[in-house]
Write a protein that binds this ligand. Structure first.
Ligand code: XMP
Length: 511
């Protein structure tokens, strides 16, 4: 069983989830919790180390986020990052100063080779800074361990009390060897052994789920997305045929996906999977509808109706599975965090299913961990690495009315784009890439004939969380190949454009 846990106290900075993910990447479990967690709760949690994150405040502000000074007497190693390090310096008697301007970006840094934190790290290095205040004087008992031109104490430590501070962001890739610094803190200072692996998680969870669910009936809504696929597979491994999964085929998935769900989960894994073919029903409800919000509403309502009909046939169950993941449950240091609820697509289900309890087997996992669990469970890469996909599916990638003809064109164009991006080896670095059918038709010539067809747009973005995104700099020759193939192979395609807008101001989807 897992014993090692690190507590990441969230002071509201933009990289906080990233810090937690980086800790877990080092095979150490951690939780991201608001900085207001009580000392009683912190003691009960029994962490092997505590990390203070960055945050937008200055320690001198009235009501600036702070901690109970008792935390420094716990004897548990502490690492303060950015605001976290300023807070340590300020609370323990050092001096924090305001700089005239904000320092943002890469900075040359010198690390002391003597510090446990910087073992095996190149001493003359590059780090990532994002701050205005800085630590001018370290508290007594502390030693400076890193310096930059602007920060006389970019790193400092008190090895007796096991308290460490760094002004820069180890969690950001621009800090060269940042992961080594975090590794050193976790393993050299906190004494971690690294028991958080997805193989361990699968073993533990299967045992826990088997105990909890044995002899019970469990129902899962399978969407074709990663989270529900992995959640269902995990539960299936624990209880086999007592799990029933319902897959509503609304006809709005990408090419080959509906078939793949049946092939992988029913035929290969032997899961008890019911496929409700509702393609006609969705298409006829969508006929003539052009407003994106109306489309979303119709699809959401229909989905629940179809699922309800299937659930009625199954009858009462003990548990309903939800694919909630960790970012959905994190309560940010600044209040409710504005992340996308990956499970909001099935949000209405609890009201139409006769069940006793909800079960969320992935609620401790970040998305990349969910994918790794999928790999551990032997799911194919095409399922595990699937891109984020909107619940209303291709309906919001067709501007205006959804018709079978447009769906066909979109599926084929989208498939070609996916194929070429994968061939170019770009599929892992691009967050989402897809085609869109616009509501503008333009003239083209094909052979001797004049054509008049809707413009097809290609959208590809890089992002870490879909809250902001940049358009992907796909090489011209890859774009050319995608465009040529779509024009040559897809019916009703005569003009292709590439979307070069970031989010904000644009959204990722076109709707
Ligand atoms: P936008 O278009 O708002 O999308 O920039 C942000 C991210 O959310 C995805 N998206 C959805 N995901 N259900 C989902 O699970 C939905 O209804 C939905 N709508 C948009 C979108 O693909 C992008 O990743």
């Amino acid at each position: 069983m897992r014993h090692e846990k690190v507590l990441v106290l969230d002071f509201g900075g933009q990289y906080n989830q990233l810090i937690a993910r980086r800790v877990r990447e080092q095979n150490v479990y951690c939780d991201l919790v608001p900085y207001t967690m009580s000392m009683k709760k912190i003691r009960e949690y029994d962490p092997i180390g505590i990390i203070f994150t960055g945050g937008p405040n200055s320690v001198y502000e009235k009501d600036a986020p702070s901690v109970d000074p008792e935390i420094f007497r716990l004897g548990v190693p502490i690492l303060g990052i950015c605001y976290g390090c300023q807070l340590i310096a300020y609370m323990l008697g050092g001096e924090v100063a305001h700089a005239k301007t904000r320092e943002y970006g890469k900075s040359d840094i010198h690390y002391s080779a003597e510090s446990a934190l910087f073992q095996n790290v190149t001493s003359q290095n590059i780090c990532w800074m994002s701050h205005t205040d800085y630590v001018k004087e370290v508290p007594s008992g502390f030693k400076v361990t890193a310096k930059t031109a602007t920060c006389p104490a970019a790193g400092f430590e008190d090895i007796e009390r096991k308290i460490y501070g760094i002004q820069f962001h180890t969690e950001v890739h621009h800090t060269i060897e940042g992961e080594k610094i975090l590794h050193n803190f976790l393993y050299n200072v906190c004494g971690a052994t690294g028991d958080w692996t997805m193989a361990n998680f699968v073993d533990e969870q299967v045992a826990v789920l088997r105990k909890k669910l044995s002899g019970k009936k469990v129902l899962c809504a399978m969407s074709g997305g990663v989270d529900s696929a992995v959640a269902a597979t995990l539960i299936h491994r624990a209880i086999g045929e007592n799990l029933t999964s319902v897959f509503v085929d609304h006809g709005l998935l990408r090419k080959g996906e509906a078939e793949e769900v049946v092939d992988v989960f029913r035929d290969r894994l032997g899961m008890n999977l019911i496929k409700a073919d509702a393609r006609e029903r969705f298409l006829s409800r969508l006929a003539g509808v052009t407003d994106p919000e109306k489309k979303r509403k119709i699809i959401g309502d229909e989905f629940i109706k179809v699922f309800e009909a299937e659930a009625k046939k199954i009858g009462a169950v003990d548990f309903l599975v939800q694919g909630t993941i960790y970012p959905d449950v994190i309560e940010s240091g600044k209040g409710a965090s504005a992340v996308i609820k990956s499970h909001h697509n099935v949000g209405g289900l609890p009201s139409v299913v006769d069940f006793k309890e909800i079960i969320e087997p992935l609620r401790d996992l970040f998305k990349d961990e969910v994918r790794k669990v999928g790999e551990e469970l032997g799911l194919p890469e095409s399922v595990v690495q699937r891109q984020p996909f909107p619940g209303p599916g291709l309906a919001i990638r067709i501007m205006g009315e959804v018709t079978e003809e447009k769906l066909q064109t979109l599926r084929d164009a989208d498939f070609i784009m996916r194929e070429e991006i994968a061939k170019a080896g770009l599929n892992r670095e691009i967050w989402q890439y897809f085609a869109v059918i616009t509501s503008t038709s333009t003239v083209g010539v094909m052979g001797d004939a004049r054509t008049y067809e809707p413009v097809i747009a290609l959208r590809a973005v890089t992002s870490v969380d879909a809250m902001t995104a940049d358009w992907a700099r796909i090489p011209y020759d890859v774009l050319e190949k995608i465009s040529n193939r779509i024009i040559n192979e897809v019916a009703h395609a005569n003009r292709i454009v590439y979307d070069i807008t970031s989010k904000p101001p644009a959204t990722i989807e076109w709707e």
